[in-house]
Design a binder for this molecule. Structure first.
Ligand code: NAD
Length: 485
């Protein structure tokens, strides 16, 4: 690759047409000819096409995963780790192509697509190579030897917002545990999954260990979730779909792992470094155009610092330039689809109707004429019970809410049916830790601490069931067996 070339010249002009499923170790013809077009959210043009997997395709893929399971489960941990290492090498060699594809099919700015969307899953995969090499932990409890065994065949169903990371966060721990997998990626961003399976082919994973069936949620996704031979359905996506999948799995008492939505709170206490708290808080809320499940979409600010914080928020948001994801000056790309942009605009209209005070953005702010753009928008004086403070928007919309004391801040933060993430800012780190312990969420970051890809990731309440990543993520893909002696 010529590093000096402008980003647009890095893109192949041809449509990215992929015609196959990946089953039993190779590219395979789908059972019928239906296709799913892939749209550029930046231009609205069709940029690619993948097969629309059918229930018959899902059945073939699950059969391949089932056939591969005994061999993979019995493979020595060091050998499984070596396979993951080869997959990491093959994927890393495609990092630029993956990042460009994510910029194209999702609309993520190229820098974000490179550093976060591609860089993070590469880190996760590398970290799981080391974890996979360790034999599963065993315990002695009284006269019992307690061992961990892989749960079996995993059906992985993933969303579009982090099209590589959400996939790797399932595949890496599942393979490390000794499970085999059928992946059904989002129909909005399937091209990224194809690049991963190019790497799978090159890495030479044993046939059937990883299988790919693209398709719609209603057909391929539902078939996978309902399949009698899938032992665990690992799903990331909306709470509404997660509920449906849990019902389908309940019919056969299959296990489910659900990573769902969020409405996370960023608590800025009176003694916080306000400049850092607002800058990082706005960046977090707008990351990936707000299409991030952990986004801190409620900024809770102590009344003594409220007006100052609103000024800083407006200044920070003004620095986010909307535009073509391939333009290096762009900080915010479009939303993934026309439907998503319409949903987000609906939330903005509703907030206005509910009396929230518009600080910046809103429906009259100009945005690029082509593509699914929504201006970054901030509301102040948002009532904690209003729709904007309760509903997941999944777009670049921030609600700022004042509080009088820490108890009120914690009460507002916990007044949510979600419980995925959150943040606390204070000059007193012990005080911040005490507040973090009171939040009913799966993760809390103090003073902008970095994301840890080995820490358990998942939600309380309607944000999900189970945890991904690291040793806790691998444990999700294991059964426990007690052997009495
Ligand atoms: P979605 O629920 O519409 O789709 C997610 C996946 O489920 C897609 O692959 C889709 O094809 C499939 N699907 C849809 N209907 C299905 C059905 N009936 N049966 C089986 N599969 C089905 O979600 P989305 O719009 O792709 O993603 C956005 C949502 O995902 C947001 O609500 C966001 O908060 C959530 N999300 C959560 C996390 C997390 O880790 N907690 C991460 C990313 C996204």
């Amino acid at each position: 690759m010529d590093a000096a070339a402008p980003p647009t010249e890095l893109l192949p002009a041809a449509l990215r047409v992929r015609r196959h499923l990946h089953l039993a170790g190779g590219w395979t013809e789908p059972s019928d000819g239906d296709v799913i077009p892939v749209e550029s959210p930046t231009t609205g043009e069709i940029i690619g096409q993948v097969p629309a997997g059918t229930p018959a395709d899902v059945y073939r893929a699950v059969a391949a995963a089932r056939a591969a399971f005994p061999g993979w489960a019995a493979t020595a941990p060091a050998e499984r780790a070596a396979h993951l290492d080869r997959l990491h090498t093959a994927l890393a060699a495609r990092a630029d192509e993956v990042a460009r594809t994510i910029a194209l099919e999702l609309g993520a700015p190229l820098k974000l697509a490179t550093r976060v969307q591609t860089g993070l899953p590469l880190t996760v995969l590398r970290d799981h190579v080391a974890l996979a090499a360790q034999p599963p932990a065993e315990e002695i409890i009284g006269n019992s030897l307690v061992v961990r065994e892989p749960v079996g065949v995993v059906g992985a169903i993933t969303p579009w917002n982090y099209p590589l990371h959400q996939v790797v966060a399932k595949l890496a721990p599942a393979l490390a545990a000794g499970c085999t997998v059928v992946l059904k990626p989002s129909e909005l961003t399937p091209l990224t999954a194809y690049l991963l399976f190019d790497a799978v082919t090159e890495a030479g994973l044993p046939p059937g260990v990883l299988n790919l069936v693209p398709g719609t949620g209603a057909v391929a996704g539902a078939s996978l979730a309902a399949h009698p031979d899938v032992d665990l359905v690992s799903f990331t996506g909306s709470t509404a779909t997660g509920r449906r999948i849990a019902h389908l799995a309940a019919d056969r008492i299959a296990r489910v792992a659900l990573e769902l939505g969020g409405k996370s709170a960023n608590l800025i206490l009176a003694d916080a470094d306000l400049g850092a708290a607002v800058k990082v808080g706005v960046g977090n809320a707008l990351l990936n155009s707000g299409q991030t499940c952990t986004a801190w979409t409620r900024m809770l600010v102590h009344r003594d610092r409220y007006d100052e914080a609103l000024d800083l928020v407006a200044t920070a948001v003004a620095g986010y330039r909307l535009g073509d994801p391939l333009d290096p000056a762009t900080r915010l790309g479009p939303l993934v689809s026309a439907a998503q942009a319409e949903r987000v605009r609906g939330h903005v209209e509703r907030a206005l109707a509910d009396g929230a005070r518009l600080v910046v953005g809103g429906p009259d702010t100009p945005v690029p004429a082509r593509g699914h753009f929504v201006a970054p928008t901030v509301f102040a004086d948002v009532r904690p019970d209003s729709a904007l403070a309760q509903e997941e928007v999944f777009g670049p919309v921030l609600a700022v809410i004042p509080f009088a004391d820490t108890d009120e801040a914690v009460a507002i933060a916990n007044n949510s049916r979600y419980g995925l993430a959150g943040a606390v800012w204070s000059a007193d780190t012990d005080a911040a830790l005490a507040v973090a312990r009171r939040l009913r969420t799966g993760a809390v970051d103090i003073n902008g601490a970095p994301f840890n890809p080995l820490a358990p990731f998942g939600g309380y309440k309607q944000s999900g069931l189970g945890r991904e990543l690291g040793v806790h993520g691998i444990a999700e893909f294991c059964e426990l067996k007690a052997i009495q002696r």
